[in-house]
Design a protein. Structure first.
Length: 255
């Protein structure tokens, strides 16, 4: 004879309550998820403002157009990776970040290439970055403060790629000089850079040629040249300043 199993009514009630709790929890999660999804699709989360930061050469409107981000789209459902990839196809843009600012703002922060140089190719202007990348070809550069660049194979160069040359040290030279051009706070503006010979680089302040030799200590060399220009009031003069050696600079000026 088998022993009789007695199940407590409290245990039965506990199991029933446990099943009801689990069922209720599942229903609650489903309802909450539905409410959240529907809530995110409300017009409250539609894009109503697009801001652009750190754009120097590309107009805000052009950046927004390239990104394909549009007012009225849901802030959670637009493809930020696609927008970023579209923007990075533009030669002026080196990097970009896109952020959602709830409830309805998109911020596009661009990092533009540093534009420093140009080359006049039979009336067509080649715009060149500090890193030696050919940014674009355009009909004029009236609104751009750029220095003329010599020493590369411009006719063989392609937009979006580095300039063609036979000496990679030229890129280091124009990069260093380009940074100095961008940070130059003096009244003497570099108007031309010639790196045809990396051991005999010439930098021009209008009609005054500064012979800097190699790129070594270029900042100190150019500072010496600018001091000579300032101290002797040589702006607008013709001649040369030789700072290519460690001794005192030599200069010859025709006013």
């Amino acid at each position: 004879m088998k022993p009789e199993v007695i199940v407590s009514s409290d245990i039965v009630k506990g199991k029933k309550l446990n099943r009801k709790f689990k069922r209720g929890l599942v229903i609650f999660i489903l309802l909450a998820t539905t409410v959240v999804i529907l809530g995110l699709k409300l017009p409250y989360f539609n894009i109503s403002k697009i801001t652009v930061q750190n754009n120097l050469n590309i107009p805000k409107e052009s950046i927004i157009d390239i990104s394909k981000i549009q007012n009225g789209n849901n802030i959670f459902y637009f493809d930020s990776n696609l927008a970023k990839s579209l923007l990075l196809k533009n030669e002026y843009i080196e990097n970009v970040s896109i952020k959602r600012i709830l409830p309805s703002t998109i911020n596009i922060d661009v990092d533009e290439r540093k534009i420093t140089y140009f080359y006049n190719d039979k009336g067509k202007y080649l715009v060149i970055g500090t890193d030696g990348v050919l940014i674009e070809k355009r009909n004029d550069i009236i609104s751009m403060k750029l220095a003329s660049l010599l020493g590369f194979e411009f006719s063989k160069s392609e937009v979006g790629k580095k300039l063609k040359c036979n000496e990679n040290r030229k890129f280091d030279a124009i990069n260093q000089i380009g940074e100095l051009i961008l940070n130059n706070n003096s009244n003497h503006i570099i108007t031309k850079v010639d790196v045809s010979d990396v051991l005999n680089i010439n930098v021009y302040f209008d009609n005054i040629c500064v012979k800097i030799g190699s790129i070594e200590n270029v900042k100190n060399k150019l500072n010496m040249a600018i001091n000579i220009l300032s101290q002797n009031a040589l702006k607008g003069s013709k001649g040369y300043i030789d700072v290519s050696f460690e001794a005192n600079p030599v200069f010859s000026i025709q006013k």
